[in-house]
Design a binder for this molecule. Structure first.
Ligand SMILES: *Cc1c(COP(=O)(O)O)cnc(C)c1O
Length: 361
């Protein structure tokens, strides 16, 4: 059966990207972010390939952690948003998870529990993003509280930057100095850097870095600064299912929103918002057919898009179309959709077929 839509995942590129990260942060442990199905790349495949190269994995939910254990992952797994109820803590214990603790109730719940697999605790400071974390005032007391317990040995001081993708933003310095003022002099390991900070702030690598998007070869800074040292891991492919000629004045697609100002050849391609290709993609969004860049014309449908192939030689039914990946950066497509690459990658639906290219053994 021919596949309508395929996400081809280049696992060798993933490994190369990971090694490149270790090269630029040689003294840091890598906590590989594999939340949201490894940014849409397939959590268990990604984690299995990365496991020899990283110190642990970061996930958002218990289900994601469980899937990693089921896939045979034995490394440390950090539950980034922690837990809120005793039964969740019991599952975390069973799964041997390390825990981000970001508010007082979590801390008390953990300390009153009979947790068997003594986890590493990542004690999170709200240094100015105001989303998760203990306040500047309460963080030291939380660490103090941990110190009296069996969870103390390995507590990691953690915070997260709101504007790391804008290196000149004033909030970065404010957050960094807030973090420094609280962790100053502590013997504990520290961690603050996501991909953007790993790239732009080597002074913030500390003992643990937390790369997400860059592992997948995609820039946290968007199309203005793509990463030439990193290879896109995902290439999203569909195929040509119809070809027609249209004349001046003909409209294409729903709403007749696109009207041809000249005669064109149009290819209809087997992907739409039902697959996770965003409906927000405007006319002019690039794709790649037979070695050439082309542009989408007209609205994205649920199962199809229409592409101007007037300039592409010899387009045939069944030809492969790249929506993003090796030739068209997902950062660029995101720009045309008014969003970020993160959202496109994590937005693919269950209709997409995954094909894994294994690294040479
Ligand atoms: C997702 C996440 C990251 C990774 O962010 P990228 O921008 O994808 O590198 C790092 N730290 C935390 C706490 C996260 O939730």
């Amino acid at each position: 059966m021919s596949k309508r839509v395929t996400a081809r995942i280049n696992l060798a590129a993933l490994v190369n990207n990971c090694q490149q990260i270790q090269t630029i942060a040689p003294h840091s442990n890598i906590l590989a972010m594999v939340k949201a199905d490894a940014y849409g790349h397939g959590e268990s495949e990604v984690a299995n390939v990365l496991e020899p190269y990283v110190a642990g994995f970061g996930v958002a939910t218990l289900e994601e952690a469980e899937a990693l254990r089921d896939a045979g992952i034995n490394s440390s797994i950090v539950l980034l948003e922690g837990f809120n109820f005793p039964h969740e803590l019991a599952i975390a214990d069973e799964l041997r998870l390390d825990l981000v603790i970001h508010h007082r109730d979590q801390l008390e719940l953990l300390l009153s529990s009979s947790f068997n697999a003594v986890p590493k605790v990542w004690l999170k400071l709200d240094s100015g993003m105001h989303r998760l974390g203990f306040s500047m005032e309460s963080w030291p007391a939380a660490l103090e509280r941990l110190r009296e317990t069996r969870f103390s040995a390995s507590a990691i001081c953690m915070s997260h930057l709101a504007c790391a993708d804008e290196p000149d933003h004033a909030l970065n310095e404010q957050q960094v100095s807030a973090f420094q003022s609280v962790v100053e002099g502590l013997p504990n390991a520290k961690s603050i850097a996501n991909s953007a900070a790993i790239l732009s702030r080597p002074d913030l690598h500390f003992q643990w870095i937390r790369p997400g998007i860059m592992l997948y070869g995609v820039s946290p800074f968007g199309v203005q600064r793509v990463l030439s040292d990193y290879e896109p891991v995902m290439t999203l492919l569909a195929s040509v299912i119809a070809i027609r000629k249209v004349e001046v004045g003909d409209a294409i697609g729903y709403g007749a929103s696109y009207v041809c100002s000249q005669a064109k050849r149009i290819a209809t391609v087997s992907i739409g918002y039902g697959d996770g290709y965003p409906r927000a993609a405007v006319s002019g969004t690039p794709c790649f057919i037979n070695g050439q860049r082309c542009e989408i014309v007209g609205r994205v449908s649920m199962d199809m898009i229409t592409v101007d192939v007037s300039e592409v030689a010899d387009v045939q039914l069944g030809d492969q179309v790249e929506l993003w990946g090796e030739n068209i950066r997902v950062e660029e497509v995101a720009e045309f959709c008014g969003t970020i690459a993160y959202e496109l990658l994590t937005g693919l639906t269950g209709r997409v077929n995954y094909q894994y290219l294994r690294p040479p053994q």
